[in-house]
Write a protein that binds this ligand. Structure first.
Ligand SMILES: [Zn+2]
Length: 216
């Protein structure tokens, strides 16, 4: 039992150092509050919140929303700082095809797709798994794709101070596919660059070539 406690607390410490907590615990008070509101929303939509299939729906929605916005509890810069190493390597480091799941702040509907992130080290590299976690920390919030792209770029630039950062994100937006103009297969692409990726056309071209096969 003591061993288990020790293990649990060391895992928690590790998570705190990472600035990363997985939300498998929920804030009960908030869940209750959001559930109550969704009960009323179901009624407003003309549904019967007391029918069998909907009985637990308000609570499920509340939990889902809390999970989908858990990025607010994460510190992306701390995630990077938890695994930064001095290294001579000075070629482009590229992490491609990072899955993105976010929600547009205008309709609170999902948008999802892929992010491609590159940087050119300036004496420091970061553990590769941290880049997708930074993407996740910013995307698990209410977002617009343009801001998401810039926030990832700025976080890496400011924390790691590399010679350049490149971020390209391509996503489908449910608010476009399911409502409004109903362009079901359109993909929105956004990009943001710093340093060498702005100043050096060859570097930017190389990056675009490396990700090109994956662009829709
Ligand atoms: Zn939208």
């Amino acid at each position: 039992m003591d061993d288990l406690k020790k293990l649990a607390s060391s895992m928690m410490e590790e998570n705190e150092m990472d600035g990363y907590q997985k939300i498998d615990r929920y804030n009960e008070e908030k869940i209750k509050d959001i559930s109550d509101k969704y009960y009323d929303i179901l009624k407003d939509l003309g549904e019967d919140p007391n029918r069998e299939g909907l009985l637990k729906t308000p609570e499920r929605v509340a939990k889902a929303l809390q999970f989908l916005t858990h990025g607010y509890d994460l510190n992306p810069s701390e995630i990077l700082k938890s695994a930064m190493f001095t290294e001579e390597y000075s070629q482009m480091v590229l992490v491609k095809d990072i899955e993105v799941y976010s929600m547009c702040e205008h309709h609170m509907l999902p948008f999802f797709g892929k992010a491609h992130v590159a940087y050119i080290p300036n004496g420091k590299v970061v553990g590769l798994s941290k880049i997708p976690r930074v993407v996740d920390a910013f995307s698990r919030r209410l977002q617009v794709q343009e801001r998401l792209t810039n926030e990832i770029r700025d976080c890496i630039q400011e924390t790691l101070n590399p010679l350049g950062v490149a971020v390209v994100i391509e996503c489908k937006h449910m608010c476009m596919s399911m409502r409004g103009i109903q362009k079901q297969n359109s993909v929105t692409t956004t990009s943001a660059f710093t340093g060498e990726f702005i100043n050096n056309e060859k570097t930017r071209y190389e990056f675009m070539q490396l990700i090109a096969a994956h662009l829709s």
